[in-house]
Each structure stands twice: as C-alpha cells, then as structure tokens.
Design a protein around this ligand. Structure first.
Ligand code: RUQ
Ligand code: CUA
Length: 629
C-alpha cells in the first residue's frame, strides 16, 4: 500500500472513530428526545468508554496528562516539555538558544550559567535524558547536548530551568548522550563525534588524518565538570549504559577515518565500542593519562588493544544504541544495514577477560527493514525500531530474534506500522528505564509532507503518538513540531516534583543576591540605586501591578544593571522587565530575583514595562529611566 493509500485508509478509520466519539457525547445530551438508544448502542458506548479508560490519547479539557515528555528542540537549541498522551506542549526551556520571553541568554544569571559560552547565540540540542537511581528516573535533572558547540547542559527539574552548562574540551561536536543508570547517575556520558588532532592548535597534524581522534566524554553529573575522556579508534555516534553501573557502549561509524562521504562508507564493518567503567577509573587513579590543548582534563587511551575498551565489529555505519530495560542487551541499529546487532551484556565480563572473541558477544542480528536508526522497548520483551528509509516502525520480539539466530524456525517480526514520514528517534513510555510500561510509543518523523496544511516550503516535522498497549501498534495522534525534535523521553508524572514558587535561596540567583548584600541592599525590602563609578545597579521589587520604583536616573553611557525581585507569592504570577528600545527583556518568577545589564546609550526618557501579563492593571505596570545627556 502506498503512503497515500495508507493515509486515506487511516483517515477513514480515524473519521469513523471520531464520529463515534462525538456521537457518544451528543447522545448524552440528545438521547432523551431523539430515538431511544438500542442495546447495541449502549454496548458500543460501554466498549468505547472502557477502551478510553484503558489507554486513551484523549485528555479532556482540565484533565492532566499521565506523563511528562522531554523533547529536544534540535537546531532551535531548546528543550520542550510535552504532556503525554495529549501531545500538548506545556513549556519550553531555552538552553542553547536566546529567548526574549524569559531573557535566557540576556540576563546576568543565564550568562553566568552559560559561562565561557555566554557569547554563543545558537545551538543544536539532540538528546535529553533524565538522571536515574537504580535504573529508574529520579526526577532530578535532564541533561542535553549541543552538537553545534560541543556543550552539555543540565536542566533542574524542580524549576525546569537550565542551571549548568559545560563546553567539553578537546573535541568537536557532542553527539550521543546518556546517563549512568545505576546505582545512580554519577556520570553523564557523551560522544565526541568529529575527529580532530589531539592538540588542535593549527601548528601541525592537520594534514595527517591518521593523527585525528574522537573522545568519549565522562562528566560528573553533580558538579557538571569533566571527570575524564577516553581516546578511541574511529569516531563515535550514539551511546547508552547498562543497568549494573559497569559498562557503556557507543556506536562508531567511519572507522575508516575518511574525510568525505565516499571514504566514510568503504568498510563493510564498523564497530560498537564497549567501555569498562571500573577499568577507566582504575587507569585514572593510576595516573595513566595525558592532557592536551593546555587544559588539565585527563585523557585515557582506549584505542584498540587497551584494557579500557573492547571493539565489537558490526555491519557498517551503525547509528542508535539502546539498552533493553531488562538490562540484558545493547542493541546497535544498522542504518546502512537492514539489521540491528544484539549484544549480550552478560557476555561482556568474559569479553574483557579475553575468554571470548568480540563477535561472540553478538547473540543475534535480525533483519528488520531499510534504515534502522533507533530502538525502543516495551515491558513484554518487544522492541520497536524506526526504519528511516521504509518510513515504518518494526515491532519485533527480542527473544524470538535470538532463537531465530540460533536456527529455530520462528518469525520475530510482530508488525510493521507506516509512519509519516522518515522516522529518526522513537521512544516508549519510560522505555529507557527499568520501569518500561509498554503504553506509548513516540515516532519522531523528520518529514510531515502531506499530513498538515501546507505552510510554505518549510514544513513542520511530525511527532506521532502510537498506542502499543495491545498486540497491535495503533497510530493515534499526529503532532506538528518545529525543528527538530531529534530525541525525546517520557517520564511518569509520579516521578516529578516541580516547585510552584522559587526558593528565595535558589543558587541560580544566589550571586545576584550576594552582590546586593555587598551593596547593603535587601532585595525583598529595598528599592535603591547604587552608583559604582560608571556602573549603576538599580534594585527594585515588584508586586502586581507595581514596580517598587517608578523612575530612576542615570547618565548617558552608564552600564546599568536592573535587578528585580518578584515579591508575589501567588502561583503563576510572573512579572517581566522590558526596557524599550534597548533589547532588554526578562522574566521574574514568583519569589525570584533576576537581573539584566545594558548600556544606557540613548538620552532622555526611556520607559520600562512589565512584559508578562500579570494583573488587570498590567499595562500600567511601567516606569521611566531618565537618562541625562
Ligand atoms: S541522532 S536520528 Cu542526533 Cu539521536 Cu538519531
Ligand atoms: Cu507585572 Cu505584568
């Protein structure tokens, strides 16, 4: 069936379903005066209600979703929070981008968090993953990489704001990122993708490609500082961790170290690199490392033949790497090969003890279809693999695939479902944790083509929601989405404890409050202008619909910092501060303090106003900066 025919058929079914659904609602109101309801009608209503209660994508107005989804915003640089299964976008968290609503990238606090990369205005976020305890999400942090500028950031899930950012040294382009799953997320691990000379100072080594390296990067999750790096052969793509806290695995494409497409895909096999955490930590302790580029980050040597790693050959250019939630397998997705390679984690001890050969760890290589990119899992031993070229999701059974590999006559493919179109990542509800629950599958489709009203040459992508609770996968929702949700993860709401008000002692603005103390200002009481040479610090409070200060005076050319503290204790009352004609905008959440610094470069009266709607007199919430020439 062509995609269009499939489309038409699907729409027909969908419309029939919709009619049934609306019909049911209409009957409740009109049933009494219209034709009496038949037993069959009651039965079908009861069935519809039961089905809806079991696993329904309908979240009625006022009802809350069962899951939080964390979506990468791709080359828009942000992270988005979705409600699942409604697919409603709940929030956006600016991270590697600049955001005029919240002032992210503009405020002093966000610049401090961005640190050495505060000057960068762009980013490419790929892989959001949450911290875990004993293989379960712990609701504490979400980590996300910036491929474009080799950064890793952390989002604090109590306030849903980015609170740390690190530029990873000695590499270019952070791609795959995951967390240590057990016993807890001590480390965040991520792949350096593009290979470069180890001392990349432009002095020598640029011509000799054989000196180029990629590094595996291990970051301390709590401090967000580099713990160590591991030099590998080939480059690295995606990564994941086991459930025992012992091993990490990364796919590698371009083991040839080619510098152009043709050279990159010559070898029939690339590999999966397995990292032994214990061996790496021992080497680190023993001082077996070098440093490069004038920084002091320890770089261990994990190239072929090292005790730190093992290289498992797999068909060429593998992409996604996913751990099965029972902790037994790493699955490497073939991309250019129609197969996935199933690596037994149990066999890795023997592999590191040199008791078996690397290929002995591969317990099956089932053929699934064209362009397997990523695999997700349910809680019943099934796996769901995106087939980019086929525009399908293949549902297959892991044990059956292994049995078939061992010669048993069994069909491991359960179903293939058309998705629209060209899926990259997919993700099941809690599927990268021990708590995989087999309810929902998201397919992040790179192209939407004819699925939505046309909006010009640039089209949205399509995040599709699939019900996987029954034997058959069922497509239940199309979600248009802006560039580009590379990846996502789905967390049950019971794991999350977001705050309603900011703690007054929050570390995100602790430095701002410390400066106020040095200025003799109590930000919760005082409205004061402090002059410090050509620097002026303006402290003001805000309570809807008033700023604590209706005017302040500065001199032309002064460097002005406005520090606003929101004294409202009311849930959801956020104020803003916007200085007209100065590119100055920010959010101040209830009980938070936020500050922004700019040059008063225009003489005369400059109005500032609250740009977050907070009160019936929100329009009146404004004041004047008087700039003396
Ligand atoms: S990658 S489409 Cu950036 Cu996660 Cu696979
Ligand atoms: Cu304060 Cu609008």
């Amino acid at each position: 069936m062509s995609n269009n025919e499939e489309n038409a058929k699907h729409n027909e079914l969908e419309n029939a379903d919709r009619r049934k659904f609306f019909g049911k609602t209409a009957l409740v109101g009109a049933g009494a005066v219209a034709a009496p309801m038949t037993a069959a009608m009651f039965a079908s209503m009861a069935k519809a209600n039961a089905a809806e209660a079991a696993n329904s994508p309908f979240v009625h107005p006022g009802d809350l979703d069962e899951y939080y989804g964390f979506w990468s915003g791709g080359h828009s640089g942000e992270v988005r929070i979705m409600g699942i299964p409604s697919m409603r976008e709940l929030m956006r968290i600016p991270v590697f981008n600049i955001d005029s609503a919240t002032g992210w990238g503009l405020t002093d606090e966000s610049k401090r968090i961005k640190g050495d990369s505060a000057h960068l205005l762009a980013g490419d976020s790929h892989h959001p993953h949450m911290s875990m305890t004993d293989g379960s999400y712990n609701g504490k942090y979400v980590f996300i990489n910036d491929k474009a500028n080799s950064r890793v950031a952390r989002i604090r899930c109590d306030v849903m704001k980015c609170d740390k950012m690190l530029t990873v040294p000695n590499i270019q382009a952070v791609h795959g990122l995951r967390v240590q799953k057990a016993p807890y997320t001590k480390y965040v691990v991520c792949n350096g993708e593009f290979e470069i000379p180890m001392n990349n100072d432009g002095k020598d080594g640029m011509e000799d490609v054989s000196t180029y390296r990629s590094l595996y990067n291990v970051i301390n999750a709590e401090t967000m500082e580099m713990a160590f790096q591991v030099m590998v052969d080939g480059n690295l793509d995606n990564t994941d961790a086991d459930y025992d806290g012992k091993y990490f695995a990364s796919t590698c494409y371009n083991s040839e170290m080619g510098m152009n497409l043709g050279e990159m895909i010559t070898a029939e096999r690339d590999h999966v690199v397995i990292f032994s955490l214990a061996a790496c930590e021992a080497a680190l302790k023993a001082g077996k490392y070098k440093t490069y580029n004038g920084n002091n980050v320890p770089v261990l040597d994990g190239r072929k033949g090292s005790e730190l790693t093992r290289y498992i050959p797999v068909p060429k250019s593998p992409h996604g790497l996913n751990t099965s939630p029972n902790g037994e397998y790493f699955v490497a997705n073939g991309k250019l090969s129609p197969t996935v390679s199933i690596i037994s984690i149990k066999k890795l001890d023997d592999l590191f003890a040199n008791k078996i050969q690397p290929r002995d760890a591969v317990v099956a290589e089932p053929e699934l279809g064209l362009g397997p990119l990523h695999t997700a899992f349910d809680n019943k031993g099934n796996a769901f693999t995106t087939l980019f070229l086929d525009s399908q999701i293949a549902k297959w059974n892991v044990q059956d695939a292994i049995d078939a590999h061992n010669g048993k006559k069994v069909n491991y493919i359960r179903q293939k479902l058309d998705v629209h179109y060209q899926p990259g990542h997919n993700h099941t509800s809690q599927g990268e944790t021990r708590d995989a629950d087999g309810k929902w599958l998201i397919s992040l489709c790179k192209f939407s083509k004819d699925r939505f009203l046309p909006v010009g040459p640039l089209r949205p992508e399509n995040d599709q929601l699939i019900d996987i609770s029954g034997d058959e996968m069922k497509l239940v929702h199309d979600g248009p989405t802006f560039a580009e949700p590379h990846d996502c993860m789905i967390v049950h709401r019971s794991k999350m404890k977001p705050l309603k008000l900011w703690p007054r002692t929050d570390p995100i603005f602790a430095e701002t409050i410390a400066q106020a103390k040095r200025d003799g200002v109590d930000v919760y009481m005082d409205n004061k202008v402090i002059r410090d040479g050509k620097k002026v610090r303006v402290y003001m409070t805000s309570i809807a619909p008033n700023y604590g200060m209706n005017e302040f005076k500065v001199k032309l050319g002064d460097e002005v910092t406005v520090i606003v503290t929101n004294l409202d204790q009311v849930e959801d009352v956020t104020h803003g501060f916007c200085m007209t004609n100065h590119g100055v905008q920010m959010e101040i959440g209830p009980q938070a303090t936020a500050s922004i610094t700019f040059t008063a470069n225009q003489p005369g009266v400059q109005w500032y106003y609250c740009n977050w709607f907070c009160h019936a007199l929100h329009m009146e919430m404004r004041g004047r900066m008087l700039v003396e020439a």
